[in-house]
Unconditional design. Structure first.
Length: 269
């Protein structure tokens, strides 16, 4: 049975109650589908047995301050990244000063879907040839794993030369450059840098390039295999193949990493 927007033969109270239901339906369709136009909402209502006109839909949306299609809201950049997280990598540099005040540069990549970090390398001279070689190493690893990368997000740092982008395009990745002076556009990478500093690097004195490589390799292993992440429902980037359940008789074992700076907890065998 088809429901209508107005029923002149019915009493005013019944019509108002019916109108409220239809208005609620129109608002729900409008808010949940910001790319739908008036006619699409009219058609969707018809599928549900409700007959309304495009003018009525327009008036309802205007009255509740919902702008017309093509977009009434979003997606924000964060929403876009979450929607495209599967097959998307981000990369960035950050610097670390040694005890001798020598500045070292760290290049890393992060998988936005699982927050898994790939440590590309550490160098005091991040020239284009070195950066491109790290991209080749990553591309070979990705191909060995049989993964598909659709997007690579990076900033406009001059260290990322043309051959770097060509290597990423060779494995099918589209390179997306973030806007100038917009660190939040690469927020997932920036968040990893903050975590690496506050949980690891701020507590250590780095002696040399080789020392920093060892420290970061151990921290990234901890980050990927043992540290829960809020962005993936408190799971770890590399999930356990099997997990023992805790009970009263189980013993919880603490495993120290980086000389006791990091703690991991597991149920003893």
């Amino acid at each position: 049975m088809v429901r209508h927007w107005t029923y002149p033969h019915r009493n005013k109270g019944a019509r108002n109650a019916l109108d409220a239901d239809v208005v609620a339906l129109i608002l729900r369709l409008g808010r949940e589908n910001p790319r739908w136009g008036y006619l699409r909402i009219v058609g969707e209502c018809a599928k549900l047995g409700v007959t309304v006109s495009a003018t009525s839909v327009r008036n309802v949306l205007r009255r509740h301050r919902l702008r017309p299609a093509p977009r009434r809201s979003g997606p924000t950049w964060t929403e876009f990244l979450r929607a495209q997280a599967s097959g998307t990598l981000a990369c960035d540099f950050f610097s670390v000063d040694t005890v001798t005040l020598r500045r070292l540069y760290v290049l890393f990549f992060i998988d936005l879907e699982r927050r898994k970090v790939f440590l590309a390398g550490v160098t005091a001279h991040p020239i284009g040839i070195w950066v491109t070689q790290q991209a080749r190493n990553l591309a070979a690893r990705i191909e060995d794993e049989g993964r598909v990368i659709k997007f690579l997000i990076r900033d406009r740092d001059s260290k990322f030369v043309g051959p770097f982008d060509e290597v990423m395009r060779s494995i099918g990745a589209r390179v997306i450059k973030t806007p100038v002076r917009a660190p939040r556009a690469n927020a997932f990478a920036e968040r990893f840098v903050r975590t690496a500093r506050t949980e690891c690097l701020d507590w250590l004195l780095i002696r040399s390039e080789r020392h920093l490589e060892r420290v970061l390799a151990e921290f990234v292993q901890h980050y990927n295999a043992a540290r829960p992440h809020r962005g993936i429902d408190l799971e770890v980037p590399i999930p356990y193949l099997s997990r023992k359940q805790f009970d009263g008789s189980a013993q919880v074992q603490r495993i120290d990493q980086l000389g006791g700076l990091l703690h991991e907890y597991r149920i003893a065998a």
